[in-house]
Design a protein around this ligand. Structure first.
Ligand SMILES: Nc1ncnc2c1ncn2[C@@H]1O[C@H](COP(=O)(O)OP(=O)(O)OP(=O)(O)O)[C@@H](O)[C@H]1O
Ligand SMILES: [Mg+2]
Length: 219
């Protein structure tokens, strides 16, 4: 469904080059729940940005269903991201002037069924009573869960989630992971985490260190 072929992301700092991702080849198949692990600064977020087309590689390529992501136009890439991908950022960001529910629904203009799906997801993550609250009146963990709902409500082909349980307690963390793991039935899920428990159920786990894939891959 999606794979990277020796994908590389170099950040140019004033006098040096940081290889955030260094010739990494990974694969995501339909119906899979994939984990990405590694210490802080090892390139996990950068790899997720490359896989989802948020950043373009400085070397190698990312292919999604026979399309080479960096060869698409900016517009095509944006459409692909909007329609087929869902992204949970490491720092949960919501528009401050919209309620939790409105933040979720702006992602799906004109989709009549999305409202029902959004409420169902809010319910599953214990957020139903907060649907009409503004972000500044939500805790960090509540905001993070709203971001998870936003990434799922349009039923994307692949969900990319960057430490989606970082600010959650055990129970809520598990609820999020269960929801993401179950999403396999509809698409594929790629989760970055430092918590092995969160990806105990993964189909495959890739480990990164200094931008490089570390072998062996846990299958
Ligand atoms: N915009 C940037 N400019 C320069 N260097 C960057 C930039 N973003 C990230 N880096 C560097 O790239 C490397 C990988 O960063 P990345 O954010 O992908 O790591 P990470 O594994 O997600 O870390 P964490 O677990 O702390 O979120 C780090 O050395 C980081 O300092
Ligand atoms: Mg990160």
């Amino acid at each position: 469904m999606l794979f990277t072929d020796e994908v590389t992301l170099a950040y140019r700092e004033a006098d040096r080059v940081v290889l955030a991702v260094d010739r990494v080849s990974v694969e995501v198949k339909q119906g899979e729940f994939i984990g990405i692990m590694g210490p802080s600064g090892s390139g996990k977020s950068s790899l997720l940005y490359l896989m989802s087309g948020l950043k373009l590689p400085t070397g190698g390529e990312v292919r999604y269903r026979n399309r080479v992501i960096h060869l698409l136009s900016e517009r095509e890439r944006m459409r692909l991201r909007r329609r087929e991908f869902g992204f949970v950022f490491q720092q949960p960001y919501l528009l401050p002037y919209l309620t939790a529910l409105e933040n979720v629904l702006v992602a799906v203009p004109g989709d009549r069924e999305a409202y029902g799906r959004a409420l169902e997801l809010f319910e599953q993550l214990g957020l139903l009573h907060l649907a009409n609250r503004y972000p500044h009146k939500l805790s960090g963990g509540e905001r993070q869960r709203v971001c998870v709902v936003r990434a799922m409500v349009h039923q994307p082909q692949i969900i990319f989630a960057d430490e989606p349980t970082a600010s959650l307690d055990h129970i809520n963390g598990h609820a999020v992971i269960r929801l993401l793991a179950d999403y396999r039935q509809k698409g594929a899920v790629v989760v970055v985490t430092h918590d092995p428990e969160m990806i105990a159920d993964a189909d495959r786990v890739y480990s990164l260190r200094d931008g490089r894939l570390v072998q062996p891959v846990r299958v």
